[in-house]
Design a protein around this ligand. Structure first.
Ligand code: GLA
Length: 381
């Protein structure tokens, strides 16, 4: 506590009865679209976060205020329902999950503000869900642990945002640790921290500034295609419960190459294995070998999993042959958002300038970039 400051935008809402919680966005080094397939991921919490101020009101009324949208919403505990596409749905979704747990939820007043760019693939939605879940848990002493809160937040996303996401984003927001990446086993939820030591290299995110509208519907389609692939494999290998248990031989044997599930499952099985190799590279300090795996992930996401888009592919292709860039790939769910790049510190400025010019000239869009620091997960501040 004490390390993170209350943003100036929220100061006027703080009083002796309030609790302020910070919950960060995330990056993911490698292991994409593996979480809902029970594989591994390698995320880290970042220095962009969502903040909530919460207080009791001794009634069953719920008052919600978004500083970013300059809007207030009022409802009651008895009347909680999804508001798809609206910022309040993430908060109400968490409240609904708390009630589903059989816990008595009183009314409350909550104000939210954040500096995680929306739609950039840095998990602003998980950050708000986790901030709210953590804040309610503190305010009303529900007694949930971080693992339970992460699952609760994930289910809020499923039911109130309509995205059948895995556990990575919520887990990373709640369990982040300064200067460390988290190797998370999404089947057991066992995890290990690794210090991210990139020596003369650094992480740079390039934001396409696009979010294609098919992002959430196609996400759910990918998940269904993976599940369909597992059903086909199970006909021969009933012990396979998810793609985590499958091998590439099983995929080749049980799924026809004509079936849309084939390329999806092939990518996921290879990505789960790739993460293991990439982690060994990191532990050995072989950052260059790690970077090569990132390019391979991008190729799989673009050509086999088909969740990239022209803007993301452009950004990766532009840096691919630059000796100062040792790894790059699209990050997160896809169809827009950011690429994550590992770039030599001395070359960052020059690459940012030339890539921004090229992106504006060739795609007619402004490019944003972020130099992120790795920070701690959710806490009261
Ligand atoms: C989104 C989801 C995550 C994960 C990634 C892809 O961020 O919320 O659960 O599936 O996409 O790796």
């Amino acid at each position: 506590m004490g390390l993170y400051r209350i943003p100036i935008q929220l100061e006027k809402f703080v009083n002796p009865g309030t609790i302020v919680v910070r919950s960060p966005g995330r990056i993911n080094l490698i292991g994409e679209h593996t979480d809902y397939n029970n594989g591994f991921v390698l995320p880290a919490a970042i220095d962009k976060a969502v903040y909530v101020v919460i207080e009791k009101n001794e009634t069953d009324a719920i008052f919600l205020r978004s500083v970013d949208f300059n809007e207030t919403i009022e409802t009651t505990v008895a009347d909680i329902k999804p508001a798809f596409g609206h910022w309040s749905t993430y908060i109400l979704g968490v409240a609904a999950q708390v009630i589903k747990k059989g816990v008595m939820l009183p009314g409350f007043k909550l104000t939210v503000y954040g500096d995680v760019p929306l739609g950039a693939g840095l998990s602003s939605s998980a950050a708000i869900e986790c901030a709210v879940a953590f804040a309610m848990n503190e305010l009303f002493s529900f007694g949930f642990d971080r693992r339970e809160l992460s699952l609760l937040a994930q289910h809020a996303e499923h039911e109130y945002a309509g995205v059948k996401c895995g556990i990575m984003d919520q887990f990373a927001s709640l369990f982040g640790k300064k200067n460390n990446v988290i190797r998370l086993d999404c089947r057991s939820l066992e995890y290990e921290y690794f210090p991210l030591e990139l020596n003369e290299f650094t992480v740079v995110l390039f934001d396409t500034q696009v979010k294609h509208s098919l992002a959430s519907s196609e996400y759910n389609v990918r998940r269904a295609q993976c599940e369909a692939g597992v059903s086909l494999i199970q006909q021969k290998y009933p012990e396979v419960k998810s793609l985590r248990d499958a091998t590439i031989l099983m995929v080749n044997e049980c799924i026809s190459k004509e079936d849309a599930s084939y390329n999806r499952c092939k990518y996921v099985v290879e990505e789960i294995a790739r993460l293991q190799t990439a982690c060994q590279d990191l532990v050995k300090g072989d950052v260059r070998a790690f970077g090569k795996e990132m390019f391979a992930t991008h190729d799989g996401l673009s050509k086999e999993y088909e969740v990239s888009c022209k803007e993301l592919d452009y950004l990766v292709e532009y840096v691919r042959d630059n000796p100062a860039v040792i790894g790059a790939r699209m990050m997160g769910g896809g169809f827009g958002g950011c690429t994550i790049n590992i770039i030599h510190k001395d070359a960052v400025n020059e690459i940012v300038t030339s890539l921004s010019d090229a992106y504006a000239k060739d795609l007619g869009k402004e490019l944003k970039h972020y130099l992120v620091n790795i920070e701690d997960g959710t806490s009261v501040i």
